[in-house]
Design a protein around this ligand. Structure first.
Ligand SMILES: Nc1ncnc2c1ncn2[C@@H]1O[C@H](COP(=O)(O)OP(=O)(O)O)[C@@H](O)[C@H]1O
Ligand SMILES: [Mg+2]
Length: 268
């Protein structure tokens, strides 16, 4: 019973806690005093103009870039901690641009996601095939699972990469512009899939996108970043484009604190 209690306490811990984070790249402040807390099951949309530090924030969370100031906790651990192994999935902007000369099928690619330092040389399957099946099914690529990834469309390839992240059983999935290069249908079905992952599978998602319309359809919460966080609040309180222009360069506005009275009900 004790382990149950411990697990419950762990679930109350935020998945991500970023405190006063500043990151400098090439001598220039890219992120300044970022505070961000993400809880289990949230779908957070991270938006902001080009060069505003969105990818930098994800890379800092992953531990690839070092913080100049502040701290980052993921499940109560520092980035790159061994305890985080397999718990974080990352789908990059470049996912759809996997090199064409790599000859690998969808299934093989997804299976790579199930390999780790512990099982790489193990003969036993340990449910890996089942996880691969499940992941492929979740992204709807069953029909092309034995096809070379080079023959897929951009949208399909993006899904294959997401399936690989799912096969790792990552609980916290970071996506950097996954919608780039996808047509409307592929985009909508990917958003629907991500939404299901949050609601039905208890995954937590932090997704960068510059496609405001698309991300607002799905994210529960929006964060607008431009060196600093200028907005952080429920999606229904996210300002419209005119106000957004006004927000840039002025004090951050918090959705919880200011209840904006905008009618977004006709926007869908
Ligand atoms: N490899 C790098 N080295 C130095 N500066 C970089 C590098 N990559 C990005 N930057 C700078 O960091 C800032 C934020 O970039 P980035 O996080 O990629 O923005 P976004 O993802 O929001 O478009 C930009 O000013 C960019 O020029
Ligand atoms: Mg970027």
């Amino acid at each position: 019973m004790q382990s149950v209690a411990v697990e419950e306490i762990q679930q109350e811990l935020p998945i991500l806690n970023v405190e006063n984070l500043s990151v400098i790249r090439s001598g220039k402040i890219v992120l300044k005093d970022i505070n961000l807390t993400v809880h289990k099951g949230e779908f957070v949309g991270l938006v902001g103009p080009n060069g505003s530090g969105k990818s930098t924030l994800l890379l800092a969370i992953l531990g690839v870039l070092k913080a100049q100031k502040g701290k980052i906790d993921i499940y109560g651990n520092r980035p790159l901690s061994r305890k985080l192994y397999g718990r974080i999935g990352w789908v990059s902007q470049a996912a759809a641009n996997l090199p064409r000369e790599v000859r690998i099928t969808v299934r093989e690619l997804v299976k790579l996601g199930t390999l780790n330092a512990n099982n790489m040389f193990s003969w036993s399957d340990n449910g890996r095939s089942q996880r691969v099946d499940q992941a492929i099914k979740m992204v709807g690529l069953e029909d092309v699972e034995n096809i070379d990834i080079s023959r897929l469309s951009g949208g399909q390839r993006q899904r294959a990469v997401i399936a690989r992240a799912l096969a790792t059983e990552a609980e916290f999935i970071l996506l950097d512009e996954p919608l780039v290069g996808m047509d409307r249908n592929a985009r909508n079905s990917l958003l629907k899939l991500l939404d299901q992952l949050c609601h039905d599978s208890g995954k937590t998602i932090l997704m960068v996108s510059h496609d405001l319309t698309a991300i607002r359809q799905t994210a529960h919460r929006m964060v607008f970043l431009e060196e600093e966080i200028r907005f952080d609040g429920p999606t229904e309180t996210f300002p419209d484009l005119d106000e957004l222009a006004g927000l840039r360069g002025i004090e951050p506005v918090h959705g919880e604190a200011h209840s904006h009275q905008h009618d977004h009900s006709k926007e869908d």
